[in-house]
Write a protein that binds this ligand. Structure first.
Ligand code: C2E
Ligand code: CA
Ligand code: CA
Length: 696
């Protein structure tokens, strides 16, 4: 976009100057012409008067000569006229037209033809112009000569009454108009001079004026061009006090507004709106700079800390997005406080942050900062009247790895972070090349998993749940298995964490739920009257958060035809106690369908026992770890006993998980645990094998 158009055009100053000069010129020429005209008319009249006066005098001297027709006397009378420079020639005519005397005073002059008959000899004074053959111009006066000149002058004088004296002849006086010509020449020269002076003075004035008018306009134009170019800093200075100054003021105001707006835009483009921290773009830019420095300057090191908050989503979902946002802001402040002013703290998106530690001495330096952040996160954040705890998993990439691009650095720091998240959480890990291979493997797994969902490569295996007293199978727990086309049967431990992280678990769980219900319906129909009563299906954390969970379960039950009382849903306790209020509502709705609810892995989480009685649950599954250690020490024995007491008090069932030995079974039996599950009886098996076990 250009602010000029390319059409040929004239500037304001040129137009203004041209107009004023034209005006001055027209005026000056007009005045000159008028002056010349009137001067000429005056001169002509004077010449004529002069001629008449002379003729009048001369005619008196000629009266006698004419009368007597004495040529000598006439010549003498006329000779006196030679002193007058204006008189070129003189002729005396008889009243009949005959020439009586003729004298030429100016050699070049030549007496013209006789005056035209009728016109000339009217007995009155008349005059005419005539061009001589010498090229000169003459004013000829024809003056009648009478005994007295009074009356003859009548037509010229106009006022006097006519006289009827007899005309004797005529005096024909030729006056040269050379003087007039000279006069014209002088006049033309002086008016030309006058015009030139006027034009010069006028032009100077016009240039001055046009400058005064167009200069501020040009400055405004220049300012507009600067703004168009993106320079908003130069102020517009106009010192006039007219409308242009008003315009300039509006312009100046506009410039300020545009600059502020532009600043905001530029700031927003490279900063995170919520926290005000640099965003990924700005961070990458600074990181790129650091990469270049590290290459050029020996001894310059930098480190990048990648931080991902642990369980931020849970906080967002349970406490609301407002609290989530406040937490992010508070966290970003804490992060900034943990580093030097020269370091860059950025929010890369969501709950991901990065810190660029510039000019550090080495690995220990980066580790020191990471531990400081870790320590700082141990204190809770006071948010909206409550204390919120959050931890962050960190990964560190160091410039010593010889990076080329910011993406590589961030990728490795992210990989290291993931390592922290997978293993220790709330801690930091320094990137090692081996992690990269693992990250690649993860990526492959993720791709495979996505494809597996499309191809429905997941099947439930069934592990029997038995009654301690009756020693028979009362139900089956459906446990997901992945039939990978190349890797064969993949156990849940290898894909469930990834599936949970990516959200793919929702689809997997729904596949398993449907298949388990279909299977259970078949078994119920087939083994009517048997002890087999239910199928137990696991629900992942993400699944619980699905807004349509209840509707989905209802739909599956309806479509598969499985009566709801034959379905149990297992939910890990952490899911429930992170937000007991909403969990309670959800569980009630699920119970409303007629299904049964169990808390899985009970004892491993942070269950608040005070909430337990408020949750509409049907039973607990005592975590495998407690059962496993029954053989070793008595302590776990005590824990199981406590859990059993709790279950009894709440009037709910208990299932002991992971029973592998008869000793363990004997112990849980002694503690009045009604149900058990474990390798002692069977591993999770294919549906056909499970079916064979029912019949057993
Ligand atoms: P879980 O729900 O606690 O399931 C019981 C796990 O303990 C199963 O492991 C089972 O094979 C194992 N187990 C049972 N008896 C014994 C025993 O006597 N000794 C030992 N050492 N282990 C025993 P599995 O099938 O590998 O599943 C692991 C976990 O994966 C499950 O723990 C569950 O949390 C999850 N999972 C499995 N299938 C699904 C599913 O369809 N959806 C969801 N969301 N999670 C699933
Ligand atoms: Ca389970
Ligand atoms: Ca369990």
């Amino acid at each position: 976009m250009g602010i000029h158009n390319d059409k040929k055009r004239f500037s304001l100053a040129v137009k203004f100057n041209a107009l004023s000069i034209a005006l001055i010129l027209v005026t000056a020429v007009g005045i000159s012409l008028y002056t010349i005209r009137s001067e000429m008319a005056n001169y002509y009249r004077e010449l004529l008067n002069h001629g008449i006066t002379i003729a009048e005098t001369a005619s008196q001297n000629c009266e006698y000569g004419i009368y007597t027709e004495d040529r000598d006397a006439l010549n003498r009378a006329l000779q006196g006229l030679s002193k007058d420079a204006d008189i070129a020639y003189v002729t005396v005519l008889h009243a009949g037209g005959r020439i009586l005397a003729s004298i030429t005073f100016q050699t070049s002059a030549e007496i013209p033809e006789a005056w035209h008959e009728g016109e000339a000899l009217g007995g009155q004074v008349s005059h005419r112009d005539h061009d001589g053959r010498d090229g000169g111009r003459y004013l000829e006066v024809l003056f009648p000569i009478a005994a007295s000149t009074r009356g003859i002058l009548d037509p010229l004088l106009q006022s006097s009454e006519r006289s009827d004296q007899k005309v004797l002849g005529y005096l024909r006086l030729g006056l040269t108009q050379e003087g007039l010509r000279r006069k014209i020449r002088d006049l033309v020269v002086s008016t030309a001079l006058f015009t030139s002076v006027l034009v010069i003075v006028g032009s100077v004035l016009s240039f001055y004026l046009s400058r005064r008018i167009t200069h501020p306009v040009l400055r405004l134009k220049a300012a507009a061009e600067e703004i168009a170019k993106g320079n908003f800093e130069t102020p517009i200075e106009i010192r006039t006090t007219d409308e242009i100054a008003d315009l300039a003021r509006s312009f100046e105001y506009m410039r300020g507004r545009v600059r502020d707006y532009n600043d905001q835009l530029q700031h927003d483009a490279i900063h995170d709106v919520l926290t005000g921290l640099p965003n990924r773009a700005l961070f990458s830019d600074r990181l790129q700079h650091a990469i270049i420095l590290a290459k050029r300057r020996a001894g310059y090191y930098f480190g990048v800390l990648f931080i991902d908050l642990d369980g931020f989503k849970v906080i967002n979902d349970s406490l609301g997005h407002t609290v989530g946002d406040l937490l992010l802001v508070a966290f970003s402040k804490k992060l900034v406080a943990c580093v030097r002013p020269l370091d860059t703290v950025a929010r890369l998106g969501g709950d991901e942050f990065a810190v660029l530690l510039e000019d550090i001495s080495g690995e220990s330096n980066a580790m020191f900062v990471a531990s400081r952040i870790k320590e700082a996160l141990k204190k809770p954040f006071p948010i909206a009247g409550r204390e919120v705890f959050i931890t962050g998993s960190m990964g560190i990439a160091l410039s010593s790895s010889g990076y080329e691009t910011p993406e590589q650095v961030l990728r490795d720091a992210d990989t290291a972070m993931y390592q922290s998240k997978a293993h220790r959480r709330a801690d930091f890990t320094i990137f090692e090349p081996a992690m990269h291979a693992r990250a690649v493997e993860r990526l492959r797994l993720e791709t495979d998993l996505r494809r597996a969902i499309e191809r429905q490569e997941f099947v439930p295996y069934y592990q029997a749940i038995l009654s301690v007293k009756e020693k028979c199978i009362v139900g089956y727990e459906a446990l997901a298995r992945w039939h990978h086309s190349e890797r064969g049967l993949v156990p849940p431990g290898n894909f469930i964490p990834m599936a949970e992280e990516t959200g793919m678990i929702v689809a997997i769980d729904r596949l398993i739920l449907r298949q388990a219900c279909v299977q259970m319906k078949k078994w119920l129909d087939r083994f009517r009257g048997n002890h087999l009563n239910f199928v137990s299906v696991n629900l992942a954390h993400k699944q619980i958060l699905q807004p349509d969970l209840v509707e989905h379960v209802a739909l599956v039950l309806e479509e598969t035809g499985l009566p709801p009382e034959h379905l149990k849903l297992e939910i890990t306790e952490n899911v429930l106690f992170e937000n007991p209020e909403s969990a309670s509502i959800l569980l009630s709705r699920l119970r409303g369908l007629g299904v049964q609810l169990y808390i899985d892995d009970f004892g491993t989480g942070y269950s608040s026992l005070s909430y337990l009685h408020r949750l509409p649950i049907n039973g607990l599954k005592i975590d495998r770890s407690f059962v496993k250690r029954i053989d070793d020490i008595g302590e776990n024995h005590a824990i199981i006993r406590t859990i059993m007491t709790l279950a009894r008090d709440l009037n709910i069932d208990a299932v002991a998980e992971g029973v592998e030995t008869t000793n363990q079974l004997a112990h849980i039996a002694s503690l009045d645990c009604a149900y058990w599950q474990g390798f002692l009886f069977s591993k999770p098996v294919k549906s056909e094998e499970a079916q064979a076990l029912i019949a057993w």
